[in-house]
Each structure stands twice: as structure tokens, then as C-alpha cells.
Design a protein around this ligand. Structure first.
Ligand code: G6P
Length: 463
């Protein structure tokens, strides 16, 4: 098998590698888009001649979409033309309020989801949004193309595209967990068939963890009576990208500010989007329980939470954000002493500050209730300079790879989480150093290149 020509590679994702703004003369100018996928995949496709298809996020993007394909950073970028109302139904109602909650098992089932006529309209919007991607992909994909479809926003694309272009190979990669078959039953039967049939239309479906792969296969057996081809390929941090941020002036300034705030105290760090699946509240409750149980730690440890807003168009997220701020304030009201602020809460997105915190932690708390992977759990050990340990939820995909060196915790159990924090803080220097070395080794065993290669191999081409 000879390696595939990268110009035949097509990527499809909701959020693209580029978003558009206007310069002083009102001209449309491309800017690098936000998000983990872009920072992982962007450098791999830059200069390759590959094509990347994404949804418009703003009016400027929509205008750019109207002008067709654009060459940026050595790849071709194409914004799909989607009506803003259809986009809101597909993104807010189905992708983020239904599929995200479903795959993370987050529904408060006595109340949500409410599957009514409005929801059914939104599902039609989701289908139309996926169809818009499929049509653009069908038009843009060269002969023999390999199309890499990313995430739950585009679950219907593989089957739709297979109808339009049976010659292209489609790999779908899910960055979230996948719901267990019982949870799938909250959706109407028609939507279940479309969802599972849509994904199963791919040449192969990829996941960060075997657990999510098993759950998907369980759903396929129930719904389709067959098992499509699947693979597991955890994403990894890009060490060069992290090293360049760590070496930046911005990161040095943030590190100095952090040092001033925490002094020589022990530091617990978390870096997360403010999002219910990340379990920020139970993290604070565990810290509270720790300070209650351990008078000796009062005044001697700070919890630095670098959390940043996410999906603020959704009421659940706004409410959660408010609860996070309120709880952090309560903890400080309860425990602060002159010269010691127990919880240092940052709620703006500042990557150099997050990197500075990841270099400084003694304990990194990663306690999601459920998470496809959690890249922070791997970025931390790659960056950390203090033999820090990781207290990690067993419900994160990253647990599979880091379990030999991290301290495991049950994210639903506040006492267990407090005990994991205590064990990490109490650990003797020899054990800390052994664990942190192993963590760094495990976290950097793979790179984003491995992840891309695995998708190509799953498509049946040589990487
Ligand atoms: C997180 C998830 C991804 C998802 C992304 C998009 O990073 O891990 O699975 O694609 O969020 O969310 P957004 O809020 O940027 O639309």
C-alpha cells in the first residue's frame, strides 16, 4: 500500500480551523479557529493541500461561505452554507442539548429530554444540517478521497454521503463517550434508527476508549442487528505546540502572577470548560471536605481553577456557571484567612495562564462525570515541572492510558475525591517522582500524528 496523497484527504467538523472577521477596511480576513480539534489536526493538514469543511459560526463566516473554497495555510477551506435557524436547531437543540447529554449520561431523566413537536422540528434541522455537509462533501471530495468526519454534530453524514458518493471512504470519529443502549431508548425510534444507521454508514467509526466503542457496538447490535467496523485511537497532545506556549512571554507573566498568588503553598489545579460533564462543583465540594477533615492543610494549599465559559447560549450552562462562581465564593467565605485565598477562580479563557498552572501543579484534579478522553489529563503531565500527580476520574477516556500512574477517583463520590486529593498531597517525594515520570511517559507515548494515521488505516489506506 503506498501512502495516500494528502490532497485526497477531506476533513469535516462543525467548528472549522478558520473563522472570519473584518479588517479596518471591512474586508473579510481569516483567523485561526478555536478548539482542541483545530489545534490537534490543524498543524497536521497545514500545507498538505487537504480540504476542510466546517459550519459558519458568524455572519462573516456565512459571507465567506458564499464565495466557495478558500486557500488558507496550505489547505482548502470550505464553509457549508447553512441557514442560521437550521444551524441553531442542529447545534443548540440536537447536538448540545440532546446528543451531548445523551452520550455523557447527563439527563435529569424525570425532566429531560422533552421530546415534543419542537424537538422533532429540531431533529429535522439536524438532518438538514448534516445533509448540507454531505452535499458539500460530495461536491468537494476528489476521486478516491478519504473523508474524516469529526464528532456528534455530524452523526448522519456517513450514511448520507455513502448514498451520494459510494466511491469515497468515510471514517467517523466520536470525541465524546457513547451512550449505553438503555440510554439510547430516550430518543424516538425513528431518530435512533437514523443516528445509529447514520454512523454505521461509515467505513469505520473511531473512539478514544474501548468503553465507548463497546457501548456503540451494543447499540448497533440492538438497533441494526450487526456490528460495523470500529477502532480505538486516543488523541494525544502536541508536545511542540505546548512547548512553544510554555516558552512564551505571556506564559512567563502568568506564571509570575500565579507564584505571587500561591507563594510556596501546595497547589491543586484544574483546567476545564465550565460544563456540567466536567463536574466542577463536586471538585470544590471535595476541596471543602478536605479542609474540614484536615486542619493541617488549612492555609497550606490553594485550589487554582482555570475554567472558562462554554456554550453560553444554553440555559443549563449559564446556570452551571453561576453555581460554580457561587460555590467558589462560599468556600472562600468559609475558609479564607488573611494572606490565604483557598480557591483562586479564573473564569476567562487564557491558554498561557492554563499552561502556567499546568506547569505549577502539585495535584491536577480531573474529575469529569464522563468524558470521551480529556486531553488536559495528558497535557498536564507533559508540561508539569514539579513532580505533580494526577487525581483522575475513572470515567474519563484518558483513564485507560493513565491508570497505572494516576490516582483514580469516583467522580460522583465527593468523599472519595477528597481522599484522592489528600493521598496526592501526602505522597512522599519518591513516589511522586516515580508517578510523575510514568505519567509523562504514558501521556507522551502517542502524538496527534498517530491519531491521524489510525484514522487513515481504518479507512483502508496507508498513512
Ligand atoms: C469539546 C468536546 C468535543 C466537541 C467540542 C465542541 O471539545 O470534547 O467533542 O466537538 O467540545 O464543542 P463546542 O462548544 O466548541 O461547539
Amino acid at each position: 500500500m503506498k501512502p495516500m496523497d494528502r490532497a485526497q484527504l477531506v476533513i469535516a467538523s462543525n467548528r472549522g480551523p478558520v473563522s472570519f472577521g473584518r479588517d479596518d477596511d471591512g474586508r473579510l480576513v481569516p483567523r485561526r479557529g478555536a478548539g482542541g480539534l483545530v489545534s490537534s489536526l490543524g498543524p497536521l493538514v497545514a500545507g498538505s493541500g487537504a480540504t476542510w469543511i466546517a459550519a459558519p459560526m458568524s455572519d462573516a463566516d456565512r459571507e465567506a461561505a458564499a464565495s466557495g473554497r478558500i486557500d488558507v495555510e496550505g489547505f482548502r477551506f470550505h464553509c457549508v452554507d447553512v441557514d442560521p435557524a437550521v444551524y441553531r436547531m442542529a447545534y443548540d437543540v440536537v447536538s448540545n442539548s440532546t446528543l451531548w447529554f445523551l452520550h455523557h449520561h447527563l439527563f435529569d431523566l424525570p425532566r429531560r429530554p422533552r421530546i415534543d413537536r419542537t424537538w422533532r422540528q429540531a431533529w429535522e434541522g439536524y438532518r438538514a444540517y448534516n445533509q448540507a455537509f454531505s452535499r458539500t462533501l460530495a461536491d468537494d471530495s476528489p476521486d478516491g478521497a478519504v473523508v474524516l468526519v469529526q464528532d456528534y454534530h455530524l452523526s448522519l453524514v456517513p450514511a448520507q454521503l455513502a448514498e451520494l458518493r459510494p466511491d469515497v471512504r468515510v471514517v467517523h470519529f466520536l470525541h465524546t463517550p457513547f451512550c449505553d443502549p438503555t440510554w439510547l431508548r430516550v430518543l424516538p425510534a425513528g431518530a435512533v434508527d437514523e443516528l445509529i444507521g447514520g454512523l454505521a454508514g461509515a467505513t469505520a467509526v473511531g473512539f478514544h476508549s474501548r468503553r465507548w466503542e463497546d457501548a456503540f457496538l451494543g447499540c448497533c447490535r440492538e438497533v441494526l442487528g450487526r456490528q460495523p467496523s470500529t477502532f480505538v485511537s486516543p488523541l494525544a497532545p502536541d508536545p511542540d505546540d505546548l512547548a512553544s506556549v510554555a516558552a512564551s512571554d505571556a506564559c512567563a507573566e502568568e506564571a509570575a502572577r500565579l507564584d505571587e498568588a500561591v507563594g510556596d503553598r501546595a497547589v491543586i489545579v484544574r483546567v476545564d470548560r465550565i460544563e456540567p460533564s466536567k463536574n466542577v462543583l463536586r471538585g470544590f465540594q471535595a476541596f471543602d471536605e478536605l479542609l474540614r477533615a484536615r486542619a493541617d492543610l488549612r492555609g497550606r494549599v490553594c485550589f487554582v481553577a482555570c475554567v472558562y465559559p462554554s456554550r453560553e447560549g444554553l440555559a443549563d450552562y449559564v446556570a452551571y456557571h453561576l453555581e460554580v462562581e457561587t460555590l467558589a465564593r462560599h468556600l472562600n467565605d468559609r475558609w479564607a484567612e488573611p494572606g490565604w485565598t483557598p480557591v483562586i477562580l479564573h473564569t476567562t479563557d487564557n491558554f498561557p495562564r492554563s499552561v502556567a498552572a499546568l506547569r505549577r501543579y502539585d495535584v491536577l484534579l480531573v474529575n469529569p462525570v464522563r468524558d470521551g478522553l480529556n486531553l488536559v489529563a495528558k497535557e498536564g503531565p507533559v508540561l508539569n515541572t514539579r513532580h505533580g500527580v494526577v487525581a483522575l476520574s475513572r470515567e474519563a477516556g484518558a483513564w485507560d492510558e493513565l491508570r497505572r500512574a494516576a490516582i483514580g477517583l469516583n467522580p460522583f463520590d465527593v468523599t472519595d475525591t477528597a481522599e484522592a486529593l489528600a493521598a496526592a498531597l501526602d505522597m512522599d517525594a519518591g513516589e511522586r517522582s516515580r508517578r510523575s515520570r510514568l505519567l509523562a511517559e504514558l501521556a507522551s507515548a502517542r502524538s496527534p500524528t498517530h491519531w491521524l494515521s489510525d484514522q487513515l488505516v481504518a479507512a483502508g489506506v496507508a498513512a
